[in-house]
Design a protein around this ligand. Sequence first.
Ligand SMILES: [Zn+2]
Length: 246
Amino acid sequence: MPAITDRAIVLRLSDYSETSQIATIFTRAHGLVRLIAKGVKRSTSKRVNVGLDLLEGGEIAFVPSKAAAMLGVLTEWRQLTTFSGLRTALSRLYAGLYAAELTSLLNEEYDPHAELFEELEELLRDLDAQQPVEPALASFQLALLGAIGYAPMLEHCIICGHTPRSEPVYFSARAGGVLCRDCEMHQIEKVRMDRRLVGRLAEGRSLTPELSHALRDVLDYQISQILGRRPVVAASLEIALRATGR
Ligand SMILES: [Zn+2]
C-alpha cells in the first residue's frame, strides 16, 4: 500500500518497544491516526530516527492500518513548527496538552475534521505567541464540541429559548445547554453557571478574563460529562493556570 502524506500535529507518544513508539497524531485530511514510529534499529543498516515530539506540527507520510484497532506505520516526519513559545510557561504547555488529550479522546480514527485541525493549529499558535490562555482554549473547546456534534447552547435557555434575566442559571450537559430558573427543575444533571456569561454571549460581546474562566468551567464540565470522567491533564492545567497566569 502506498504511503499517504498529510499535515499533522503530534498529540500523544507512548513507548511500544525499546526502539518504537506509538504516536497519536491528528491529521488535516485523515483525522486521528495511531501509528507505529520506529526509531533507530540496531544491527541493521536501516536507521529511521523520526524524532517526534509532543505538540509539534509537520508533514507526515504513513501507511494506514489495514483494519480497525490495528496500527498504521509512520514512514516519514518533516517537522514544520515546534510552537516553542508554548513551552515557556506551564499554563501554556498544559493548555496545549489538554487540547491534545481532548482531541485524541473525542475524535474517531480516520474521521477527518479539517476545520478542527485548523482550530488546533490556531490554538497552538496563540499559545506560542503568548496570547491569553483561557480565551484561546475556550474557543478551541467550542470548536471541538461543535465538530463532534455537541455544540452547547450558551446564549439562551435550551428549553424555553429566553435569555435568563435572574439567578440562578444552570448548565446541563445532558440537555446540551443553559437552563433558566423556570426550566431547571426538568433536569437533574446540571451545574450553576454565571448568568453574566450567558448575557455576554447572547449579545456577542467579548468576555472579561473572569468570564472566560467561567466559560472554560462550563466547557470542562460538559466534556467531563461526555467522557464520563475528568481528562487526565485537567487538574495539572488548573494548578498551572492559578500559578502562572491565565
Ligand atoms: Zn427556560
